[in-house]
Each structure stands twice: as C-alpha cells, then as structure tokens.
Write a protein that binds this ligand. Sequence first.
Ligand SMILES: [Zn+2]
Length: 447
Amino acid sequence: MSVREVEPYPRAVGKLQALVRIPTVSDHDPARVDTARFDEFLAELEAQFPLLHERLELTRIPTHALLFRWAGHAAERPVVLMAHLDVVPVDDGSPWQHPPFGATIADGAIWGRGTLDDKGSLVGICEAVETLLERGFTPEQDVWLSFGCDEEVFGTAAPLAVAELVRRGVRPWFVLDEGGAIAHEAFPGVAAPIGVIGVTEKGTTSLELRVEGRGGHASTPARMGPTARLARAILRLERSPLPPHTPDPTVELFRRIAPHAPLALRPLLANAGRLRPVLTRALLAAGPETAAMTRTTVAVTTLSGSPAINVIASTARAGVNIRVMVGDTVAGVLEHVRRAIGDDQVHIDVLDHNEPSPVSPTDEAFALLESTIRELFTDAVPAPYVMMAATDSRHFTEICGRVYRFAPFRMTKAQRESIHSYDEHLGIDAFVDGVRWYQRLIERIPR
Ligand SMILES: [Zn+2]
C-alpha cells in the first residue's frame, strides 16, 4: 500500500468519481439518449465547480454542451480548452474488474468508463480553473472551455460551438483537445514516455458498395450474380492498398525518439527524413498498427445479401470504412477505389466523408505545450504525431490553424487499449499531475 492510499485524496479525485458515476452515454439515435443523466451531470458539474460557474460566462450549446468564456487581460489571442462529457456504452459481457460506473479506487487508480476518455480531462481542466479562480488569478488571454456532449457519435455540438465562436468573432490562438498523452511503452525498446501531441488526424469516410441483380430461386443461379460480383470487388480492393508514405509529423516523432531508442535503430530514426522510404517499408512490415501510420486504410466492415438461404440476393451490399491519411484526399481515395474495383456494375455511394485535418505547426503554441510537458513530466519526450482516431477538435480547424490533441495523463499501453473497451482507469497520481499541468498551462499563456 502506498502512502497515498492511507492519506486523504486531493479533492479533484472525489469530483472525478462523482462525475464518472453518472453514465452519460451518447447514442447516434437521439431518442435512445437518457437525457436525464446528462441533466444530472451538468448539475453535478456545477455543484463541484461553483466558482467556475459563477465567474465564467456560459453559453449552452444544444443539447448538453457547454461553452464557457473566462475573460482574460486581453482577448486578441484566445485559447480554447476542450473535452467531452459523453462516453461510449459498456458491453455487458466485458470482464470489468470493477463496476464500469462505480468509480472504484483500487491499486492507486480510479476505475470506470470515461476516466481516460474524456472525463479525466474535463475534470482536470475544471479543477485547474477553479483553483486559479480561488487564488484570484486572471489569465493573460481569454480562455474558452468547450465541453461537448456527443463526441462519441460524431454529433453536432462541436460544429455548433464553432459557429458560436464565429458569430462572436473569436479566432483562437490555439485549441487543445483530447488525443495524445504521456504515453509509456509507446515504442519498443524506448523506456522514456513520449508526450505525443496530435497535430493532425486522419479523415473518416464511409462508402457503400452495392450490386443489383434479378434475384430469384437459389436452385437456378446465374453466373456472376450480385454476391459474386461484390466479393470480386472486395478482393480487388484488398489487393490494391493505397500507396504508403510517411508524413512529416511521423518523421519528426521518430527523430525525437531516436536518442532514446535502442542503438541499432538510432541511425534509421534520427535520419527518418532522408530514409523515409526505408522507414515506410519497416512500418508496413511491423504490423497493422504501424502500417496504418503510413497510408490511407480501407476496411470492409459490413456485408449483406439475401435475407433467406434459398433466395438469390437481388441486392448485395458492403460497407467500407476508410481512414484518409494526411496528404491524401477523399476525392483521390474515391478515384483509387473506383479504379481498383474496375466494374461499373458496382455502385459506390458515399455515406459520409471527412478530409484529414490540416497539419498544425510546431511553432509558438506547440512550444508552450512542449515546455509545459517538460516542466511537469521531466522524463517525457514531447513529440508531434498523426492521430488515427477522430476528435471533436477537427471542427475547430475551420477557425484555428493551431489545433492540438493532448491529454496530460501518464498512460500505459494497457490503459490506452482500455479506451472504448474494458478496465478503463486513470492513476490517481497521474490525474493529479494532469490537473497541475492544465493549471500551469493556463498560468503560462502569454500576453
Ligand atoms: Zn474521447
């Protein structure tokens, strides 16, 4: 038992527990959202952070999102801190060690859905602001807090918050959302944690492939019916992956890791820019996770044909989920898909499309994040990276060139894998360090 476990915990821990216990599960279907839980959550948030709610100006964004403005000494270079209060559902069959909405404290951590994604950041930001308000602190620039309520279902709260900022003429100096972390065990053979800051994220695009035919009785099949034609299209797609290329932020990530990497790897990583083709081949060979760092990925996810086993399908469909790499475009990827399939009887419908986010520069605002990481996490190596998953912050790239994705919490590989899965937990010390990081960041925003 560590000393911490017999001492009272810092008050922020109890606040996080209280908020994790309210299951704010979002859903694509608004009718299936338990809005009473979201109401309860907002009331609890106000109870836990009274000064923040009293002193900051609040704009409610439908349905349960919050946009706070904390007036600074100046407003020319405002900063936006983001988090979301919704969580993904819990799979009933998953083997959680502790109840997913129990916020149990065990083994020096707080366990529960949302501790990492993303209530840890939400409470971290609020506690930092509350503490600074208690001390009578005023930030050098306006600080906006944008807390979404439907991030996990690609909802409308974030675009609405952006529209509100546009209406008020707010052009943020930088935006900080979830994404990276102080990632332990991030790279084989590297002992130092990497403070990965997402400078761009892949775009998500979904297609449906559809083949139509006459259908009929299964006893008299014709050649190349809808299912066979669809299967051929899927195989053709599988056999023609998009060309790989390692983008600049990944090269910079490896350059920064190089001094901490095993000796044999150092020359390759340190010269990642010059050796880009070699590096790309190595990443492709090392497995699906690293391969995804080098290219747009295409995954056929859903399939449907006839509803009965003795009936020939009159329509066969396949869902295709595409993650568009920075450097590629949705239009270019679509052209590639069309050419790869090479069959005009396979109809391609675009269900939704998102370009990869523009790459944020590693200049002044990035340097502020970086030096604040170095100050509080002295063992960490800050570095830019390309995020594979989507965040609400992609909407903010419309009004801001510097959008960064980073949560100041130490996370092991197992913790990162627990996000959207089971046994999600945030270390108590890691959480307390994260609160301090947000506080220092706000204190250090320059005039
Ligand atoms: Zn999230």
